[in-house]
Write a protein that binds this ligand. Sequence first.
Ligand code: TXA
Ligand code: MG
Length: 314
Amino acid sequence: MLLDRYISLIQEGEIVAFPTETVYGLGADAWNPDAIKKVFEQKGRPADNPLIIHIASKSAVQDFAAEVPETAKKLMEAFWPGPLTLIFKKKPEVLDLITAGLPTVALRWPSHPLSQELISRAGPLVAPSANTSGRPSPTKAQHVREDFGENFPVVDAGETQIGLESTVIDISVNPPRIYRPGYIGKEQIENVLGTEVFEAKEGEGKTAKSPGTKYSHYSPKAEVRWLANNEKPVVNHSLYLFHDRNPEILSDQIIFYKGDLQRFARELYDRFRQADHRGIEQVVIEPFSKQLLNEQALARALENRISKAAAKKK
Ligand code: TXA
Ligand code: MG
């Protein structure tokens, strides 16, 4: 299908999946309440979990944000278009369906060229990750079809580049707070702002500052757990993911990323889904050292997603 066809579908109030640099999104016209309702229905998403509005210019921020603080201007200048979502105080016109009744709105300008074209021509678009709620986010068009059916409209651009969802930062509060860690880290943000920012502690979202953080997420059907100290991989119904310690034996169920966290992040959700296809019972993942967590934003983003998958109730 040509992009024109997807654009028409959105203009007709339908929902369409499309690639961004992080994960595939499920797009709908941000000014069409019926289309937005379809997004919640399609995902089985709780109504109290707000959506990110995707735009394709800095000036579009004015349409949704009641005010644009200096911190936001600096972050937009440094990181947009890109994998950073900013939370602003919202204008009254922004649909409550999108913000789940919160006084704030989340905005992001993705860098993927196809998402930019789609948004410029049919947007602004709300776009949660294009997965059934609770499942791993889609990093391939096939993942979207797995969750939504073979005939679901998805703009197929192969594998997404980053593989984990955008960093979410609230700049409506002072100092700014990171609700969801991602590829763009605290240190990079602090360098741009010249001030300290904080990462919200796990569970803080439960008090409804960022409702999405309270839900179990990203889970395959297999159990996800951290590798124990000195535990050695054994050939059984498990998938092992190592990033630092060399497991010595390798197979298609014992994977070693050799410190390449970018590749690890890009592949994580696909590994989760593959595990389910192969009837794997456990995904066992090497924990990240304190040093790596301190030094690398991507290690913290990976740890955040894996911990959530591991916390899933059986
Ligand atoms: O990378 C991404 O951000 C992807 C791609 C498609 O752009 N989208 C994505 O959307 O991950 P979603 O809906 O799966 O996650 C959005 C997160 C949720 O945790 C939600 O609670 C939070 O952003 N959020 C949205 N609006 C918010 C608001 N006004 N205040 C606090 N958190 C908000
Ligand atoms: Mg999601």
